[in-house]
Design a protein around this ligand. Structure first.
Ligand SMILES: Cc1cc2nc3c(=O)[nH]c(=O)nc-3n(C[C@H](O)[C@H](O)[C@H](O)COP(=O)(O)O)c2cc1C
Length: 160
C-alpha cells in the first residue's frame, strides 16, 4: 500500500491534470475526487454559488468517504484558487479528517492570483500537520508543467 494519498477538487480540469501527473510520478493513491461537487455547469453560476457559500461559511457535503488515513505519510491536497482561498469541498475535507502529524503538500491552480490565502487558511485548519513546499500553477500554463511537477516532487520527497 502506498504511503502517498492525492486528494483534489477540480471544477474545470486544471487541478485534475496536475493530480494525475503526481499520481503517475509517485504511484500514490488518487482516492478522493469529489465526483459530485454540486456546482452548476456554468462557471458564472458557480462563481455566484461559491461566493454565497464563502460569505455564509457553508460547506458542501462530501460525496465519498475514506476508511482510514493511517497508512498515509504524505497527503497531497489539490485545489483551484476560488475567491483567494481553497474551494469549499477541500475545506470540508480538511475539516472532516484528522491530518495531525501528516505531511501535507498543497498544489494550487489559479487564474493569476497565485496561492493568495490558501496556505495560510489550510494551516489554520490543520494546525497539527507539517506543511511541505507547495506547487502553484497558473491555469493557462501547459508547457513544461510535467517537468515542473517532477522537479518539485524530487525536491520535497527526497528531503522530507
Ligand atoms: C468560482 C471561481 C472562483 C475563482 N476565483 C479565483 C481567484 O480568486 N483568483 C484566481 O487567481 N483565480 C480564480 N479562479 C480561477 C481558477 O482558480 C483557475 O481557473 C483554476 O485553474 C481552475 O482549476 P480547475 O480547472 O481545477 O477547476 C476562480 C474560478 C472559479 C470557477
Amino acid at each position: 500500500m502506498s504511503e502517498i494519498l492525492i486528494v483534489y477538487y477540480s471544477y474545470s480540469g486544471n487541478t485534475k491534470r496536475i493530480a494525475e501527473i503526481i499520481k503517475r510520478k509517485t504511484g500514490g493513491d488518487l482516492f478522493f475526487t469529489f465526483p459530485n461537487p454540486q456546482y452548476p455547469k456554468d462557471s458564472i453560476d458557480t462563481l455566484e454559488v461559491s461566493k454565497h457559500q464563502k460569505a455564509n461559511k457553508q460547506l458542501p457535503e462530501l460525496t465519498k468517504k475514506l476508511e482510514s488515513l493511517d497508512s498515509y505519510k504524505y497527503i497531497f491536497i489539490g485545489t483551484p484558487n476560488w475567491w483567494s482561498t481553497m474551494t469549499p469541498p477541500i475545506q470540508k475535507f480538511l475539516n472532516t479528517y484528522d491530518l495531525s502529524n501528516k505531511r501535507i503538500i498543497p498544489f494550487i491552480t489559479h487564474g493569476g492570483g497565485g496561492v493568495a490565502n490558501i496556505i495560510k487558511d489550510m494551516k489554520l485548519i490543520c494546525d497539527k500537520s507539517f506543511f511541505l513546499k507547495e506547487l502553484s500553477v497558473i491555469d493557462n500554463e501547459t508547457e513544461f508543467v510535467e517537468q515542473r511537477v517532477e522537479y518539485w516532487l524530487n525536491e520535497i520527497l527526497h528531503t522530507n
